[in-house]
Design a protein around this ligand. Structure first.
Ligand code: AMP
Ligand code: MN
Ligand code: MN
Length: 328
């Protein structure tokens, strides 16, 4: 990997990941950054667009010290490495603001638009961290517990703690090598997935109490949906990231193949999460509505009222056997 190997130790390396970073975005970025440090590179910074806020469950991740607010990064870089972003739109204006000879893209979204100079995009990879670890191995960077913790958090985030079908033998083989550095998976899972303030649990209860089932939607495959408003967040004194786990109870609905969660961002703007149990390709739905993602987990930004955004989703769902957005 000449773009990295050929760099002098004083080279400025900028690592970037998608807006509202999740465990895979931050974990693959910081884990890779710690790996680059082991190669002797000393001028590494990492950032992401939008509000400079690391969700509390992801705070304290090794390599956190590499993070700088987006408006504080050097606009000159010798290498820019981009993590877990399916398109440039997920990077805000970061790429525009930085002069760089080479942009290296590490990603695993099937909907990746193909931006960047060197693209390591593997839609078969369970997480971007799988791609990042592969590159670190090529660069002969040995895993240590700090790198491994970042990559493990990324891997568990995107595999639903090894529950989703992306969990191949290769995923478990990587997990084994990460754990062998001395990680305590129970401690990590408790911190990252199973800890939240009491007020957040009460907020979740409010949002889940509004869940609706539309058994005839998606040509009879069923749609379960709910929404969370800015007023909900304010009432419980919570930050938007506490809403992220809420798509999981929604997608548990047995009578619906498709789950949808609308998270209000502004008066008429919603971050929409879509999940499928397998019959509907929600990535196709999200792409049709300006977003992206994977077959079983995708998202987009919706505009208008809750009803209007839901109407747009319903219109992109398959209508009957064989019709509409790719049946599987
Ligand atoms: P989420 O529902 O936010 O957990 O996202 C599920 C998947 O959809 C992830 O792989 C995201 O990268 C992708 N995704 C979510 N929102 C967007 C968006 N606005 N544009 C493109 N991809 C998105
Ligand atoms: Mn992500
Ligand atoms: Mn990912």
């Amino acid at each position: 990997m000449a773009a990295v190997r050929g760099l002098p130790s004083t080279a400025r390396v900028l690592l970037i990941c998608h807006v509202n970073p999740d465990g895979d975005a931050l974990g693959s970025m910081l884990g890779f950054g710690l790996g680059l440090r082991k190669l002797g590179l000393s001028r590494i910074s990492a950032t992401f667009p939008g509000r400079f806020e690391v969700p509390l469950p992801l705070a304290g991740m090794p390599g956190e010290e590499l993070l700088v607010p987006a408006d504080g990064v050097e606009t000159e870089a010798d290498l820019v490495v981009c993590f877990d972003a399916a398109s440039e739109s997920r990077l805000g204006d970061l790429l525009d603001r930085v002069t760089r000879p080479v942009t290296l893209v590490l990603d695993h979204h099937a909907s990746n638009t193909g931006f960047g100079d060197i693209r390591l995009v593997d839609p078969a990879a369970a997480a971007t961290s799988v791609v990042a670890e592969r590159l670190l191995a090529l660069l002969e960077v040995p895993l240590d517990a700090r790198i491994a913790e970042c990559l493990y958090i990324a891997l568990t985030t995107d595999t639903g703690s090894f529950r989703f079908d992306v969990t191949t033998p290769l995923v478990h083989e990587l997990a084994a090598r990460l754990l062998a550095t001395g990680l305590r998976p129970g401690d990590i899972s408790r911190r990252v997935f199973d800890t939240r303030p009491y007020a957040a649990i009460r907020l979740h209860a409010d949002v889940l109490s509004r869940i609706r089932l539309e058994p005839t939607a998606a040509g009879g495959l069923g749609l379960a949906w709910t929404y969370a408003t800015l007023a909900d967040l304010e009432r419980h004194g919570q930050r938007p990231y506490v809403l992220e786990p809420l798509i999981d109870p929604v997608r548990c609905t047995a009578e619906a193949d498709v789950a949808c969660l609308l998270k209000q961002v502004a008066e008429e703007e919603w971050a929409v999460s879509l999940r499928s149990k397998g019959a509907v390709d929600v990535s196709a739905v999200a792409v049709a509505l300006g977003g992206g993602g994977h077959r079983l987990a995708a998202g987009f930004t919706g505009y208008g009222s809750v009803d209007e955004v839901l109407a747009a989703v319903r219109a992109e769902l398959p209508r009957g056997s064989g019709g509409g957005a790719a049946r599987g």
